[in-house]
Write a protein of this length. Structure first.
Length: 98
């Protein structure tokens, strides 16, 4: 339940930031640092493929992974912003050094 509440809260915050609904004249600053919650963050790795001898496009799931990462956003100098992610198998509780 907490996972769904957290995802919803993040979606609302990002939606407000992108749309600027909280202040009509001033864009919202996203500057700061955030960590991805490893215990509650999953990713589904998907690639494009075709079937019927290339006639029909489909998506193929390659697998599932856990995510660990950091966001660092600098509004003053976007070149200094940094996003770093690490993926590891969803069945593993230990991170790999990729």
């Amino acid at each position: 339940m907490l996972k769904h509440v957290t995802v919803f809260a993040v979606a609302v915050i990002l939606g407000l930031a992108v749309l600027g609904l909280d202040t009509p004249n001033k864009p919202v600053s996203l500057a700061g640092s955030w960590q991805v919650d490893t215990r509650h963050s999953d990713a589904k790795l998907i690639t494009d493929a075709t079937t019927d001898y290339g006639k029909t496009k489909i998506n193929v799931a390659l697998g599932y992974a856990r995510i660990r990462g950091d966001f660092k956003i600098d509004d003053a100098d976007p070149a200094k912003s940094n996003i770093e992610f690490r993926f590891y198998p969803a069945t593993s509780m230990a991170t790999s050094h990729c």
